[in-house]
Write a protein that binds this ligand. Sequence first.
Ligand code: GLU
Length: 301
Amino acid sequence: MQALSSRPPQDYVGRFAPSPTGPLHQGSLVAALASYLDARAHGGRWLVRIEDLDAPRVVDGADRVILGQLQALGLAWDGEVLRQSSRHHAYREAFDRLRRQGAVYACGCTRKEIADSILHARGYLPAGELPYPGTCRDGLHGRPARAWRLRVPQGRVRVVDRWMGPVEQDVAAEVGDFVLFRADGMWAYQLAVVVDDAAQGVTDVVRGEDLLGSTPRQKILQDMLELPAPRWMHVPVVVNAEGQKLSKQTGAAAIDVRQPLAALEAAWRHLQFEPLQAGEVSAFLAEAVRRWARRWRIGTG
Ligand code: GLU
């Protein structure tokens, strides 16, 4: 972290990493715009990575729709678009490395068994994500392997977020040994994102606050794989009238690219800036980059 924070800004590499589960909506545009502006404000590169590992959730053609929307909004990326579906060998390599460290084990538990064992141990089920109780840490007890988990080291993990400030989590206690290779035969997001960010030389991850809770897990993996940790910035997510995060599941509407300025302005205001009222997309983005740099450029202010 220390070495990275003092790097000159021209080393900056940012990325936007949408899952192709549907078109961009106002919520995903906020993450796209924030990461774009931060990269450009640092004179950096801005990459797009399609996170299409979760096959059951991938919608055919959604990747093309997203890329078309980014183009229509003037958010031009650098280099080739990377697709996670072409990266299995890299995830396998990282997984094998962890396995050689003795940091990975097979797990035979179903979701229901995990819930039952927590209920049995505590007498109640905690809200939200269930921490894995470590049932298979010392072996499968004759059951078939379903998933593979990381043996999470004890102790609190601390990360410093540029928007949220310092964040700490006891991953071992609150999350437990998390999954690296899923029961349905897919690489888990946490492993893939860490491997790809490092392979692409990403120095700065700017994304929605809903992923803040994943960041300590990613930091653990970076440390265990001896990969550099990026700087992180988690920006506020957009919620609907019921207070739910906008997503395809909660029925968020696709960005209307016939009105690119309106969509950009709304995302910009959500990022807590005064309206820009630009006449066209290129003028909007040029001014937004200037204002973003004044507020967020590392090493200024
Ligand atoms: N693919 C993830 C999503 O669309 C984002 C992952 C990330 O930015 O780290 O929610």
